[in-house]
Design a protein around this ligand. Structure first.
Ligand SMILES: *Cc1c(COP(=O)(O)O)cnc(C)c1O
Length: 403
């Protein structure tokens, strides 16, 4: 069986499209995600290259302005990834050894790792089943006098209830960092995720909605913070390379603190500017596909699809379903059935505390995290997905529900 599947895969690669060895046509493989990139992004990248300025420069500055405006923040600081954005946010907050930072274990592992980078302890909070996000209650259950900050993740684009979290964190005297890696274009209370955030971190990895290949962003309303973050991403320098280049008189830079090289390139920013211009169209398409999934899955018993919470709207960066405990087959069997039908799905969001990197790391009970991580699966959803592809995904799930 395995050999036959491999053989088929090879045939498909060689032919460029699918032709099964057993005769008969197999439809094209459905990816779980595919960035929506085209000629316009390619031309923008080429223009940046031909301009001769390829490192952080005018296009990064323009991307920052456009991004800040789009997410409703006063300032945006471009960096090399969301992981480095989270690291800088914690450095700027002065989090260090002896401090605790409450994070969901149910997140991409970078959320917890950023806390380790500054020598602090990640403390895992459980999440609510409907959104996959931490709540004031789940944070309160694990915070201690050593808690210096909370990182709330807008999981898979589903907005966390940041209004409730901000209010509580302010009362506790604890900083709230928002990991908005997946959440560009999601909204909370009608406002874009990011607006009103002390500091939010964003990702432009191709698995997210807007991509620059690799890349990240920090947003904040605080001018002092923005300045510090700009300095930290560029070796702690008091004047950026772009500023020095633009000056007609020599600028002697000095290094005010130990910083990092976490810069974005102008080539990436050029692509990001084009992608940002397409964001509204991308979100509308993702939300339409999510709505159609919801309708198609409504009569598949035992599968609970992710949906908008009462407090906001998702960009559906990830569309996951959570099988009821009584569902006839388990998650891994569902993934296998989908793979057999030429469909790439993914296990649901990982749980950091279950990974070897966190073996032995102390934590309290995380029952909801473990249930979502063990049982949920992420279905394909991408801008150019067709109704026919979506029907194929649902047909497999419907078949499995009947077993
Ligand atoms: C993808 C992701 C990250 C890491 O983003 P990079 O840009 O790849 O570093 C961090 N947090 C969450 C929640 C993510 O989904």
């Amino acid at each position: 069986m395995a050999r036959r599947a491999r053989g088929r895969h090879r045939a498909r690669r060689i032919a460029g499209r699918t032709v099964s060895g057993a005769g008969g046509q197999q439809p094209e493989r459905v990816p779980v995600m595919k960035p929506w990139l085209g000629e316009e992004e390619a031309r923008a990248a080429a223009d940046a290259v031909l301009s001769g300025w390829v490192a952080q420069g005018p296009r990064v500055a323009e991307f920052e302005r456009a991004f800040a405006a789009r997410v409703g923040a006063a300032h945006a600081v471009a960096v090399s990834s969301c992981t480095t954005a989270l690291h800088l946010a914690l450095v700027a907050l002065g989090v260090g050894p002896g401090d605790e930072v409450v994070v969901p274990s149910l997140s991409f592992i970078a959320t917890a790792n950023a806390v380790r980078y500054v020598g602090a302890q990640p403390v895992f909070a459980d999440v609510e089943e409907a959104t996959g996000n931490v709540t004031p209650q789940s944070v309160d259950a694990v915070r201690t006098p050593a808690t210096k900050a909370v990182i709330a993740v807008h999981q898979g684009g589903v907005p966390a209830d940041v209004h409730a979290l901000r209010e509580r964190c302010a009362r506790w005297g604890v900083a709230l960092v928002e990991d908005a890696a997946c959440a560009i274009g999601s909204t909370v209370g009608g406002q874009p995720v990011g607006s009103g955030a002390l500091v939010a971190a964003w990702s432009f990895h191709p698995r997210k909605v807007v991509t620059t290949g690799e890349g990240g962003m920090l947003t904040t309303d605080d001018e002092q913070w923005a300045q510090r973050l700009r300095r930290l991403r560029e070796h702690g320098m008091n004047a950026s390379a772009a500023q020095r280049h633009a000056s007609s008189t020599p600028v002697l830079e000095s290094y005010l603190e130990v910083g990092f090289n976490y810069r974005m390139t102008d080539i990436q920013a050029a692509v990001g500017l084009v992608q940002l211009g397409k964001l509204d169209v991308m979100i509308a398409r993702r939300r339409a596909l999510a709505e159609r999934y919801g309708e198609l899955l409504a009569d598949v018993p035992g599968l609970v699809p992710v949906r908008d919470p009462a407090h906001g709207a998702s960009n559906f960066q990830s569309y996951w379903v959570l099988p009821d405990p009584g569902f006839p087959v388990d998650r891994d069997a569902l993934l296998a059935a989908l793979a057999q039908a030429g469909i790439s799905a993914r296990r649901g969001i990982m749980a950091a505390h279950l990974e070897p990197a966190y073996a032995g790391h102390p934590h309290g009970p995380l029952p909801v995290t473990e249930r979502i991580s063990r049982d949920s699966l992420i279905l394909p959803l991408f801008h150019t997905m067709t109704d026919e592809q979506q029907d194929r995904v649902v047909a497999v799930l419907r078949e499995q529900a009947k077993r």
